[in-house]
Write a protein of this length. Structure first.
Lengths: 351, 335
């Protein structure tokens, strides 16, 4: 028998709902303009990477977050550089939303020495500690326990910093998530669990993998406060993240944010997965109408905060920036042969 | 106990005490840390002495606890995550093998997980297949993960300290069968783990015996018995299994011409095979007076029945017999 109190996505999982312009009442205009630019930048970078995979210039596996930009941008609105953020195989957006350098990301996916991980990680192992991004890995739920440990450290440091674990709905099928939620809840650790529920794990829809579609039910089971939002609404994401993050900073223990979204491209690479036999029917076309970028832009336009030429200018600017960064990245050198063995262990003497 | 004789178990505790008293960035996390019996006498009352905020007893979550230790180690802490039995530690494999061991390399050397994972070998007494394993060879296979196995009380203390103060992830493997072993302990010597490696535990000229952890202890006992039979055995204690520096073993075999490696793990793809390979690929075949031999566990899970268990683990007598055979093969007269 199904529990009526179990968290469920309801209309949040319906692409025909939530397609209108965002409600931006009471929101600061400059902040929204910045968030729009950040989302457009993420999209431009992801599209460039996708094109370069197609062109055969990028070989490493790239998992694109086109369509999911609002989650990272909304959450990052409340993060500071001393926070401890961990990502997944699909983390370009997490890295960029924190202010990560576009050139260093593009150099990284090309395996170049100027990359954010010195060319040693590729798309799936990004590192940018300066902006709070400790790292991303493709093992599903692999970084969730690490973020909990970072929160242990943050709690001991006592400066109000938090750990953040980004993961997808597939991670809820790993034991690591449950152990981590339990630890964080038991020890009241300052960590935000951010589930980007895009309804797919690789090629399988959530209906083929789990008996219910809301991942927040696992937070409820571990007595972790949670919120479920439209992940394609940057305002809703930011508001919910802000509440959970400030509670964690104040010593209230962990929080869990489930942001319901959808990826426009396939699990990996630039295609839409039709080529690997995944039939997303009309859903993809519908979800594209629930575009997080367009909905914010329309809201800003309707409120008179963003003239049409303003939007075009931002788009042109970010595309120009990405184009220049790409050209530089292509010219950048590869890591020296010595990196292969020199980086296995810490080189410098301790302390 | 006379003088400053300290047992292996107490020496581990002394290592923890040293670290916790001097290094505020050290904390310990794992199962059974507030219990008097989970980890023998190796951590008794550390929670009382240093507080339950630094000695953290946890739910049975090997993966999350190991991963949490890795995560904290990326932020200036030097956590030790304790697994009272190595068998249970396997749930934490992802955190050890995929995350800790590879982190430095995959982020271009910009961050180092300075975490110590303590995996205890706890076997015998009809404990059976899942309460017995010595899996050091698995972990020694992984680049980026240092693996140490102390065989003496002094190493139990000082290698623990070196492991924790090392900036790399280290798997520290201690053995409950050694906990009562005693020796005089000199003051703590803080060493750089990167410069630690195999050590000659006894010199000899007829045969080289190689052990690690408990099997070093067996080799030393065997060497004594061999001496009575006129065979002079050199004993090399591997101590640091990864990265493995086998030069000391190679040099020893170059002198003795005979090699017997004793390992507490299984035969196939095991530590003993690795040591023999290092020696044979480094020496001229003419330097060997007999084919090297290895004593390992039979390739079967640990049995529970005492009838089967009695023959499962190598004993001193097996080493003596193997060494005598090596020397006889080579034409040496043995008493």
């Amino acid at each position: 028998m199904s529990d009526p109190l179990l968290p469920r996505l309801g209309a949040l999982a319906d692409p025909r709902a939530f397609t209108a312009a965002l409600d931006i009442t009471g929101e600061e205009r400059e902040k929204l303009a910045r968030q729009l630019r950040d989302m457009l930048l993420i999209r431009a970078v992801e599209e460039r990477i996708g094109d370069m995979v197609t062109a055969g210039k990028i070989a490493c596996p790239c998992h694109l977050a086109i369509g999911q930009e609002a989650v990272a941008v909304g959450v990052s609105a409340h993060l500071r550089k001393s926070d401890r953020i961990f990502g997944t195989h699909r983390s370009h957006s997490h890295y960029l939303a924190l202010g990560g350098d576009v050139y260093a990301l593009l150099a990284e996916v090309l395996g170049k020495a100027d990359g954010c991980s010195r060319g040693m990680g590729g798309s799936m192992h990004l590192h940018d500690e300066e902006n709070g991004f400790m790292g991303s890995v493709p093992i599903v739920a692999g970084t969730v326990p690490l973020a909990v440990g970072a929160a242990f450290a943050a709690k001991m440091d006592g400066r109000g910093d938090i750990g953040v674990a980004y993961f997808g709905d597939g991670a809820a099928e790993e034991g690591a998530l449950h152990e981590s939620l339990n630890l964080a809840s038991n020890f009241k650790l300052p960590v935000l669990f951010v589930c980007e529920n895009n309804l797919f794990s690789s090629h399988l829809h959530i209906s083929l993998r789990q008996p219910e579609n809301s991942i927040a039910r696992f937070a409820a089971a571990h007595a972790v406060p949670y919120d479920i939002v439209d992940g394609n609404d940057v305002v809703a994401v930011a508001r919910a993240a802000g509440r959970l993050i400030s509670a964690a900073r104040r010593g209230g223990g962990p929080g869990f944010l489930e942001a319901v979204t959808y990826r426009w491209r396939g699990h990996v690479g630039p295609r839409e997965d039709v080529d690997v036999g995944v039939n997303r029917g009309g859903d993809l076309a519908l979800w594209k109408k629930r575009d997080p970028v367009r909905r914010l832009a329309e809201a800003l336009q309707a409120a008179g905060h963003l003239p049409l030429e303003g939007y075009d200018r931002i788009e042109r600017d970010v595309r120009h920036l990405v184009g220049e960064a790409w050209q530089r990245a292509e010219r950048a050198p590869f890591p020296p042969a010595s990196a292969l063995l020199d980086l296995v262990y810490a080189g410098a003497a301790r302390r | 106990m006379s003088g400053n004789r300290v047992s292996y178990g107490s020496a581990i505790r002394a290592g923890f005490e040293y670290l916790l008293a001097r290094h505020p960035e050290v904390f310990v996390i794992g199962q059974g840390l507030w219990s008097p019996w989970y980890v023998g006498n190796s951590m008794t009352d550390l929670d009382m002495q240093f507080g339950t905020e630094r000695i953290i007893d946890t739910p049975v979550s090997e993966l999350a606890c190991t991963g949490a230790a890795v995560g904290a180690s990326l932020y200036g802490y030097r956590p030790v995550v304790v697994h009272p039995r190595m068998d249970f530690m396997l749930y934490g494999m992802d955190a050890i093998v995929n995350q800790a061991a590879k982190w430095s390399h995959m982020v271009g050397g910009q961050a180092h997980p300075a975490v110590t994972i303590r995996g205890i070998i706890n076997r015998g007494g009809e404990q059976g297949a899942q309460h017995s394993q010595a899996l050091h060879a698995w972990f020694a296979h992984i680049p980026g993960l240092r693996v140490v196995m102390p065989a003496t009380p002094r190493d139990a203390r000082d290698l623990l300290i070196a492991a924790v103060l090392c900036d790399d992830p280290v798997l520290y493997i201690d053995d409950r069968w050694l906990y009562e072993l005693e020796e005089e302990l000199p003051p703590v010597c803080e060493t750089d783990l990167r410069r630690e490696g195999p050590r000659s535990a006894r010199s000899g000229c007829d045969v080289t015996l190689v052990g690690s952890g408990y099997t070093t202890h067996l080799c030393l006992q065997a060497a004594q018995e061999l001496e009575a039979r006129g065979v002079s055995a050199e004993v090399v204690d591997l101590r640091v299994l990864n990265p493995l520096d086998a030069r000391l073993v190679v040099d020893s075999v170059a002198r003795t011409g005979r090699l017997c490696v004793v390992d507490g793990g299984w035969r196939n793809c095991g530590m003993a095979g690795e040591v023999i390979a290092r020696v044979t690929e480094s020496l001229d075949p003419a330097a060997l007076k007999a084919s090297p031999v290895r004593l390992t566990l039979p390739d079967a899970p640990a049995p529970t029945s005492r009838a089967l268990e009695a023959g499962y683990y190598a004993k001193t007598g097996d080493i003596v017999e193997a060494a005598v055979k090596l020397t006889v093969q080579a034409g040496m007269l043995v008493k």
